[in-house]
Design a protein around this ligand. Structure first.
Ligand code: CA2
Length: 149
């Protein structure tokens, strides 16, 4: 059994409560529940966090260095601004999958650039909250591949 960190950036605590036309109707608690149950099915465990503060996300990435076999991250608006989150992820060796609920490429041009993409092993955008579950599946595949050598 491996531990997968699922990290969420600013304002994602509002998921399901505002702008359902962009982000859907599922709340972050729904996403956490679904990710936990899928991870369990795949023989893994998740640690799920959300913060509106950049340093907390960085601290969780540092914590993941000690204990996690992969990170699923939706850095939200920090995606487009944070060299600090990129630097923290660059110090984390196992797989990283970047998730965006909306299709950032169909939106304003400032959302087209991601610092995190420079480190991510894969990027999922525009598949709604299902993207989180797909990212967990991918991390599980990569964990199995690395265990098989
Ligand atoms: O599509 C995504 O998942 C984003 O990472 C979401 C961020 C946005 O800044 C990125 O460009 C794309 C925004 C998260 C805010 O989430 C809300 C959810 C419901 C209501 C209001 C904000």
């Amino acid at each position: 059994m491996s531990l997968i960190f699922v990290l969420n950036g600013p304002n994602l605590n509002l998921l399901g409560k505002r702008q359902p036309e962009i982000y859907g109707r599922e709340t972050l608690a729904d996403v956490e529940r679904d990710c936990a149950s899928l991870a369990r099915e795949l023989g893994h465990e998740i640690r799920f966090h959300q913060s509106n503060r950049e340093y907390e996300i960085i601290d969780w990435i540092h914590e993941a260095r000690e204990s996690a076999a992969g990170i699923v991250i939706n850095p939200a608006a920090f995606t487009h601004t944070s060299v600090a989150i990129l630097d923290a992820l660059n110090a984390f060796e196992p797989p990283v999958i970047e998730v965006h609920i909306s299709n950032v490429h169909k939106r304003e041009s400032f959302r087209h650039h991601s610092f995190v993409t420079l480190r991510a092993d894969g990027v999922i955008a525009g598949l709604g909250t299902e993207g989180y579950r797909l990212a967990i599946r991918r991390i599980a595949t990569l964990i199995a591949a690395s265990a098989a050598g």
